[in-house]
Design a protein around this ligand. Structure first.
Ligand code: PLP
Ligand code: LYS
Length: 440
């Protein structure tokens, strides 16, 4: 059995995490329940920072808050001294509510609205990562209007197909994100931005995709970018103070996954940048990265109650839990795989292979196919590992299922950081038919 972080079996023979018994957590906060081992998040955050320190490289490690955003999570990121990547007005609002230092917020997105850009300008956030020409023009108009200077990075697509699921690839030529690095678009955008007195072009940004296990893609991206930087330096003397190489570092979801240590990605990226810059007069830029999944993914588990079962003779046994694609859409979206144990009796002998179904009205609402488990029954508690990234943040109310609560655990203490949605919450924004007719 593979445990993450502080996960272990305690004296009561239950799964424990952060020194807290998961059976007690389920009893106190209900199920489904997301539980984060925040000691592990701290450890990961410190690990990234330490790697840069060991290399003597000036850097910013920005947490990609799309992986899991909440006020408490952002406060944790602030405590650990990281920077923050936001990708929408909503994520920015959450960061502001958490009183995150605005100068360390980086704003991404391929279609930021005028309102979102204005919000970023009004709050003087650290940097806007400009994604395309229409955004560049819109941002310039807004800066002229406000007579305000803004720091920007230009997001480039280096034409790289990293080895990951097609839906989470972003660095290839045919992508909705970024200026193409090699067909002249990025150069044109750079010249345009350098010509604008309201824009301070801090450098380039590139993110090649997510859940990537090899360093090759990152290294190749750095090589291609620096190739262009050398050309731009010679032609018009542009030297970027910052190079942001994104996130996307893969993690272990199941035993099939064999990630390398996060420090290795950083070391190889830095080494490549240093090598490529050798012999030029371009100073080593500050290196920024923006991991999401590798900071929070394996720190999170989801606890579910087992409910109905269905046997299809000679085919399979379905065991249904009280959540599903409403709290974890990744298996349905990417055929993502997970491991799980019975949290109330993790040491019991495996007796059968079952498939874990959700409770949504969709045949595709399956959390795990072919999971070895002891014989389970109604009321058993299933812990699915590694649900900390893109679980809560992609949760939804399909079938009007309320979103679960989120609890942080550390040093034997549990703290609820997001309340469970209630049925009342679900209808909070609904209007009565009579009211709609009246407002017409
Ligand atoms: C621009 C950008 N930065 C960072 C991330 C974080 O990726 P991950 O959670 O895989 O580290 C993403 C998501 O893929 C992204 O699109
Ligand atoms: N949401 C995706 C990754 C996309 C990340 C954002 N570019 C996942 O669950 O793996």
């Amino acid at each position: 059995m593979h445990f993450y972080g502080t996960g272990k079996v305690n004296d009561a023979r239950h799964l424990e995490i952060g020194g807290v018994d998961t059976v007690q957590l389920a009893a106190e906060y209900g199920t489904p329940l997301y539980v984060y081992d925040i000691e592990l998040i701290r450890e990961r955050a410190r690990g990234f920072k330490q790697t840069f320190e060991n290399l003597g490289i000036s850097a910013q490690v920005a947490y990609a808050s799309k992986a899991f955003s909440s006020i408490a999570m952002i406060q944790l990121v602030k405590e650990e001294g990281l920077s923050l990547d936001v990708v929408s007005g909503g994520e920015l609002y959450t960061a502001l509510k958490a009183e995150f230092p605005v100068e360390r917020i980086h704003f991404h997105g391929n279609n930021k609205s005028e309102e979102e850009l204005m919000m970023a300008l009004e709050h003087n956030i650290g940097c806007i990562v400009v994604d395309n020409f229409s955004e560049l023009e819109l941002l310039e108009e807004l800066c002229v209007f406000k007579e305000q200077k803004v720091n920007i990075l230009l997001r480039v697509t280096p034409g790289i197909e990293a080895h990951t699921h097609d839906y989470i690839l972003t660095g290839q030529e045919d992508s909705k994100f970024g200026f193409d690095l090699l067909n002249g678009q990025a150069e044109q955008a750079l010249k345009q931005a350098l010509n604008c007195k309201w824009m301070n072009v801090q450098g380039l940004h590139c993110h090649i995709g997510s859940q990537i296990f090899q360093t090759t893609g990152f290294v190749l991206a750095a090589k291609k970018i620096i190739g262009q930087l050398k050309k731009w330096n010679e032609e018009f003397g542009y030297q970027p103070p910052v190079l942001n190489l994104g996130g996307g570092f893969g993690i272990r979801y199941t035993e099939e996954d064999t990630p390398i240590p996060a420090s290795q990605y950083v070391e190889e990226i830095v080494r490549e940048v240093q090598n490529e810059l050798q012999g030029t007069d371009i100073p080593m830029p500050e290196i920024w990265i923006e991991p999401g999944r590798s900071l929070v993914g394996d720190a999170g588990i989801t606890l579910y109650k087992v409910g109905s079962e269905k046997e299809v003779p000679q085919v399979r046994k379905y065991v249904a839990v009280d959540g599903g694609m409403s709290d974890n859409i990744r298996p349905a979206l990417y055929e993502a795989k997970y491991e799980a144990v019975l949290a109330n009796r993790p040491l019991d002998e495996v007796e059968e292979t079952v498939s874990i179904a959700g409770k949504c009205c969709e045949s595709g609402d399956m959390l795990i196919w072919d999971l070895p488990l002891p014989k389970s029954g109604r009321g058993d508690l299933l812990a699915v590992f590694c649900t900390g990234a893109y679980g809560y943040s992609m949760a939804n109310n399909y079938n009007r299922i309320p979103r679960p609560a989120v609890v942080f655990v550390e040093n034997g203490e549990a703290k609820q950081v997001i309340k469970r949605e209630t049925y009342e919450d679900l209808v909070r924004l609904d209007l009565e038919l009579k009211e709609i007719v009246k407002t017409k």
